[in-house]
Write a protein that binds this ligand. Sequence first.
Ligand SMILES: *Cc1c(COP(=O)(O)O)cnc(C)c1O
Length: 696
Amino acid sequence: MMAGRAMDMTIDTNSTVQEMTEAVVSKTDHKESPRTASLEKAQTATKSNTTKSNTTKSSQAIEPEEWSIEQSEELYRINGWGDPYFSINAVGHVTVSPKGLRGGSLDLCDLVNGLKQRNLELPLLIRFSDILEDRIERLNACFAKAIARYNYPGIYRGVFPVKCNQQRHFVENLVKFGQPYQFGLEAGSKPELLIALASLDTKGALVICNGYKDQEYVETAMLAQKLGQTAIVVMEQVEEVEQVIEASKKLGVKPVVGIRAKLCAKGMGRWGTSAGDRAKFGLTIPEILTAIEKLRKADLLDSLQLLHFHIGSQISSISVLKDAFREAGHIYTELSRLGANMQYLDVGGGLGVDYDGSKTTFAASKNYNMQNYANDVVAAINDACTQANLPVPTLISESGRAIASHQSVLVFDILGSSDVVEDTVEAIVEGDHLIIRNLHETYASITRDNLQEPFNDAAQFKEEAISLFGLGYLSLPERAKAERLFWSCCHKIQRQLRSMDFVPEELTDLEQVMASIYYMNLSVFQSAPDSWAIDQLFPIMPIHRLNEAPTQRATLADLTCDSDGKIDRFIGSSSRDVKSLLEVHTLKENEPYYLGMFLNGAYQEIMGNLHNLFGDTNTVHIRLTPKGYEIEHVVKGDTMKEVLGYVQYSSEDLIESMRKRTEVAMEQKQITLEESQMLLQHYERCLTGYTYLSSM
Ligand SMILES: *Cc1c(COP(=O)(O)O)cnc(C)c1O
């Protein structure tokens, strides 16, 4: 904790912000490519196009004051985490600009309605292929710019870590969009190796082979080199050095291999332990030296061409990354000096995503941008090689999160809510219990200048009412009346508080107590496992009605019967702030209410599980066209038959068993033939249906 805090304080936020602005729109950079220049023009154009009218006044808003789109922007911080892909349009809907600054946009709410008309039910995972393309272009453009800026005499050749998102359509698109940059793939396991070897057909692109390996893994990767693929086996464990030597002898292949170093520069936050002496992967410096001797003896030292490290994911502080690049640069030059034929330096993952849009070292954020990152990689390695008077390596990064997160949006509907309703305050009648009279008086005493005392009193009277009930002195209707009065007091106090700038500390819990629960048609375990498992924050907000005041505060509960299946941590409105309640709109009768969860394209899909047998959601791939959009692929979510199959139930057997039961029940005259047919029809229809609830 202390170390982390000390580190935060040394960061000069002013210079970081300045550096970022420079990196994003550097007008003085002469080496600017024509593309970057046109991007800037597009940016200016988009800006002037999106002048918003905030004259649309909500007729439904409970609070009479006007609510503007700008207020929604600020509240949900969409410009912080969403730029340049997500924003709010004049009718108060979220819009998606999947090509980033190059123009063209889609109204997310209209898109969802269009997809629903095509029978694609919510929850719906929408992948924007153009965003994926834009992310790949951006990463490569940042490295190209950094290479030009530092006159780096080498190249950048990135790879995508397949573990971030293994879905076939995604990987196929990634390979396609990566072709102009010879973008490759990184495998972290044997099945991922199979994906990488078969999917990547880009000439000159790399396959980086990481993870635990057996002889079969090593041999498969080495044999693939005979197909003309550069599959580099990275030795991550001491035993893998022997495996590599053996496989090379057996197959008669001179492989290209790499070595993963355990750096001293430690990451921080959740994945901080990915580096350091006790990390799960990598060789320590003494182990690397032993490996070099073994390779030398086997006459394979010229096969060792790559140095790899990975200090963890979502590194929020640029200074941590800088330290790692510097250390790795020196290890690289030392390996060269020891006789290895060094060609590549692979800086692993860690390039962060600004989930809360605060641009800070907070775990859900990062205090640098992609350009700063590329600059620091290039500069550090350039320095190390210049100092050692050695040729520079081809630079590789394994950026997963930064490439995959933005492209998918999960849209889900709210099925209903549980609210603390405000009843009209009932008049006191003859014979009302003293406690009820007291609560009534308390209610009357609430004024703007008198909030704390009535709140304490009301709470105490409610406690007393419950005790009296427990002792048999209060009837059930009396207890109900007392509880209703208590909530009326809370409502009255809350209304006063919301119009005040300052909330007394003792009353801050009131909002929490009064919050609604909104029920999501979603399983957190399936669709946002990191939110449940490691408290990760994802931006969540309504995708429509953003020109109306969100007058409710709510936590979100999911469909599972698990009390952990909820979301009660949201990105805050100021730096490092985490809110326990989300501002939402009141639900309207016969009108769906949609929320979007953003930036969840990395890791979530594959880690999602089948808790309560809620399966994969429907997924669509959307591509922007001049006239609107095109649905590239539809991947239907799991049916009940499929999820039941995962737990070894055959739907035929289940139906058969139900049929037999209805026969027995008919024989005993418990059910009519008609009813039994209806039951069986329902049962069979369910089996082929979506595991989520049907909505409007
Ligand atoms: C997980 C992983 C990555 C991806 O990290 P991101 O932070 O998502 O970019 C890269 N390399 C290795 C070795 C990994 O284990």
